[in-house]
Design a binder for this molecule. Structure first.
Ligand SMILES: Cc1cc2nc3c(=O)[nH]c(=O)nc-3n(C[C@H](O)[C@H](O)[C@H](O)COP(=O)(O)O)c2cc1C
Length: 212
């Protein structure tokens, strides 16, 4: 197969089709993945609808699961009062403590609380990663965005929301109100995210350095 066969095929199927006239944004997984950044600021005037949350949660009926055990459970939060409780217990942007993210007025208003029917183990954590990423991609596909949050006290969050199961991760969901830029770096460079003129910059290791 020619080196750039897939690239050429892609151009044939998409770039020369109707999509080309609409601008540079391509359909496909790469595009979804690029837009799927971790957002820590949201448009507070936009309220995520419970049906949007159901669409996001529904990806979990399609995802892989170790031994197909399906031990994750999901609690959708869209009501302001409950969202405020979640917000009290999570921490965003620990690598930029001086910013105290999220900025007032840009807090996320919707959350998925992911719980588990058993204590965490490596297989459950793999299921969890697949689930979280799949839900985020669905959120991006329907015009929203989000962030994975693990920086919280599970017992306090469980008690605050009166959940029957322990939370293993939180997803914040909303309409993003931040500009995020990926910056290509080499292995060994700093991977700490930073902000320049209000743009959130995320270093990502280039492909040649990822391959071993
Ligand atoms: C397992 C996991 C846990 C994370 N927990 C938090 C968190 O508690 N707070 C936060 O602000 N970001 C959290 N993040 C987001 C990461 O900081 C983010 O993925 C990273 O900075 C790279 O940015 P990107 O997602 O836009 O590529 C988490 C991400 C993952 C995958």
């Amino acid at each position: 197969m020619a080196d750039n066969y897939l690239e050429k095929r892609y151009e044939e199927v998409f770039a020369k089709g109707a999509g080309a006239a609409k601008g540079p944004q391509r359909p496909g997984l790469d595009n979804l993945l690029r837009r799927n950044r971790s957002y820590r600021g949201y448009d507070a005037s936009y309220h995520v609808h419970p049906l949007q949350m159901k669409a996001i949660l529904s990806v979990n009926t399609l995802t892989a699961s170790g031994m197909n055990a399906q031990r994750l459970r999901f609690h959708a939060v869209t009501e302001a009062e409950e969202a405020a409780k979640v917000l009290q217990h999570i921490k965003l942007g620990a690598a930029l403590p001086e910013l105290n993210l999220p900025f007032p007025g840009t807090e996320p208003g919707a959350f998925v609380i992911v719980c588990a029917t058993t204590p965490e183990d490596p297989i459950l954590d793999i299921d969890l990663g697949i689930s979280l990423q799949s839900m985020l991609l669905k959120a991006v596909e329907i015009g929203l965005g989000g962030i994975i949050v693990r920086n919280y006290d599970p017992q306090k969050l469980q008690a605050a929301l009166g959940l029957p199961l322990a939370p293993v991760a939180v997803l914040a969901i909303g309409r993003p109100a931040e500009t995020v830029r990926l910056v290509e770096v080499s292995a060994g460079d700093s991977l700490k995210y930073y902000r320049t003129d209000g743009t959130h910059c995320v270093p990502k290791i280039k492909i040649d350095d990822l391959m071993i």
